[in-house]
Design a protein around this ligand. Sequence first.
Ligand SMILES: Nc1ncnc2c1ncn2[C@@H]1O[C@H](COP(=O)(O)OP(=O)(O)OP(=O)(O)O)[C@@H](O)[C@H]1O
Length: 204
Amino acid sequence: MLTAHGLACDRGDRRLFSAVDFAVAPGQWLQVEGPNGAGKTSLLRIVAGLAPAADGRIEWEGQPVAEVRDEFHARLLYLGHAPSIKDDLSALENLQTAAAVAGRPLDEHTALTALRRIGLKGREDLPTRVLSQGQKRRVALARLLCSQARLWILDEPFVALDVAAVSQLCEILDEHLTRGGMLLFTSHQAVQLGGTPSSLRLGA
Ligand SMILES: Nc1ncnc2c1ncn2[C@@H]1O[C@H](COP(=O)(O)OP(=O)(O)OP(=O)(O)O)[C@@H](O)[C@H]1O
């Protein structure tokens, strides 16, 4: 279980948000909503340990994250707003490289199966710089299909996806929740998923 208590975030000389509390249990999802600039990305980065909070604390399985950092990071998959893939590498190489960097090497068969399921059949070996924006997003999202992480933190995962890919992604998220996974994500659109929903609104 992931819990946050009294989180606050400062950017420059501005306090973006304060007193943010939430909890995400196995099978639950939390959608962070709010206008542009409200601090949604900032919140996700704080939870993922990529930026410091100005105040508050985050707990993983009842323990302060600071005390179980390695365990927490081993259970976490964070996908940022940008696809964060390497343009000179193919989709297959990107997927295998990301897995290796996370310390969980991925065999070629598993990687190719994930890429094909996410709609990249026939595009697996091309340098990703020639892929469309939506296809690049799909390369990043293929990581979800290879992930054993219990907590997925996804920043705008639906951006640039066509209708079929949105529905595929919902299916993948549903499977994660059915397995007892936890999901924290931002989106400007209404999303229908299984599991137990909750939402958090930042800003006005
Ligand atoms: N390093 C920084 N220095 C100063 N201001 C920053 C920094 N990083 C973010 N900000 C500001 O913090 C605010 C919140 O940014 P953030 O990306 O978290 O918003 P968001 O809610 O995710 O927005 P969007 O819906 O547009 O993606 C913005 O006004 C942004 O300009």
